[in-house]
Write a protein that binds this ligand. Structure first.
Ligand code: MRU
Length: 357
């Protein structure tokens, strides 16, 4: 374990109303830490599609700044024309990635802020930037609270399994599941994190191990297919993952592979925690079967590090997410506290408490 380093940041808005979005290009990690400057919606759209910026909360905040970027030249329009242009751009951004609900929730918030701002297009544009900044700050605060609540569930000496990347690079703050692990480590708990590589795009191998080592944690990288054996060997006392969308009954969509881990954990009585901000809950969907699952390019499976690993014409099915039934989830850690089963009622209470604040 080396010296603790400052966490890398997924995104940063540079400048004022006519500023631009700086993103760390996550496709180049861990070898190359390089930023890209997004000055128009096209480059941002490409960055989200290509997973240069990724993780449900980070995507939501990035797309919010994308709306600000895309409307910077529309400030001379009549207010109604500005709103019309905003709707067009927003629906384009909504088509980037279908599973994570934060994208939709953030864009809903921005559109409402512009509509509620009476006055010129310039004032509406300023309201969009204020709303995007507020969403970024809210996610950072939510991450801090989730880290505190979640760390209470992690005990000294535990092995903890995690999947995909849920750290600062997936959010606008300290992360979701990874934030919990870093917080537990800072409390002095000696934990060993088993990080699944997360095929096909290797967010676990490339990003989670980097973030955990930068934070000074003891991390061991696993092939996805090794996780069941690691649980069978008794090395893991809890699994902690993030979420891209949580249905009203507590079913959880997260990175492909999560479901297998949850089933294995349930079979062995290993607690399975999901860490996600309230913004990741979609109360409009009664269960996980209604969550749209993103299907991605076959090339992500047939190629590895630029080289082909399967015959050119082999059929591929490449869902990017899966849905874990709520019965396999021990608890859902949010910024409003830890939700326990039955999730329908717990989720309703958490959403009500947020509306009341
Ligand atoms: O395809 P990705 O890399 O955007 O998927 C990310 C995940 O599945 C994370 O686990 C999820 O966004 C929750 S943590 C912020």
């Amino acid at each position: 374990m080396g010296a603790v380093k400052e966490p890398l940041r997924a995104l940063e808005w540079v400048g004022g109303a006519d500023g631009h979005l700086r993103l760390l290009d996550q496709t180049r990690l861990p070898g190359c830490v390089e930023a890209i400057e997004c000055r128009d919606v096209d480059s941002l759209w490409d960055a989200i599609r290509m997973l240069r910026v990724r993780g449900a909360p980070a995507i939501g905040v990035a797309a919010s700044y994308g709306l600000v970027l895309g409307l910077a030249r529309a400030v001379h329009l009549e207010p109604d024309a500005f709103l019309e242009r905003m709707r067009e751009l927003s629906s384009r951004l909504r088509a980037c990635r279908p599973t994570g609900v934060n994208l939709f929730a953030c864009l809903d918030r921005l559109e409402a802020a512009a509509r509620q701002q009476s006055g010129s297009a310039r004032r509406k544009h300023a309201a969009l930037l204020d709303a995007a900044r507020a969403l970024e700050a809210e996610n950072a605060a939510a991450c801090e609270a989730m880290a505190r609540y979640g760390a209470e569930r992690i005990l000294d000496g535990w092995g903890v399994l995690t999947h995909c990347n849920t750290g600062p690079l997936a959010t606008a703050g300290a992360g979701t599941a990874l934030g919990v692990l870093v917080h537990a480590h800072r409390q002095g708990k000696r934990i060993r994190v088993y990080a699944c590589e997360t095929r096909p795009l290797l967010q676990g191998a490339r990003i989670t191990t980097l973030e955990l080592r930068n934070a000074g944690l003891d991390v061991v990288l696993l092939c996805d297919s090794a996780a069941a054996q690691v649980m069978a060997e008794g090395r893991v006392q809890a699994a902690v993952v993030g979420a891209d969308r949580i249905a009203a009954n507590g079913d959880v969509a997260n990175k492909i592979g999560t479901l297998g881990l949850a089933v294995n954990a349930a079979a062995r009585g290993i607690p399975f925690y999901v860490v996600a901000p309230i913004a990741t809950i979609d109360p409009a969907l009664p269960s996980g079967s209604a969550i749209p699952i993103e299907e991605r390019d076959p090339g992500e499976v047939t190629e590895l590090c630029g080289g082909r690993i399967a015959p050119a014409d082999v059929p591929v099915y490449n869902p990017a997410f899966d849905v874990t039934p709520h019965g396999h989830v021990t608890a859902i850690v949010t910024e409003a506290g830890v939700l326990e089963p039955p999730y329908g009622a717990a989720i309703r209470r958490a959403l009500q408490s947020r509306t009341a604040n």
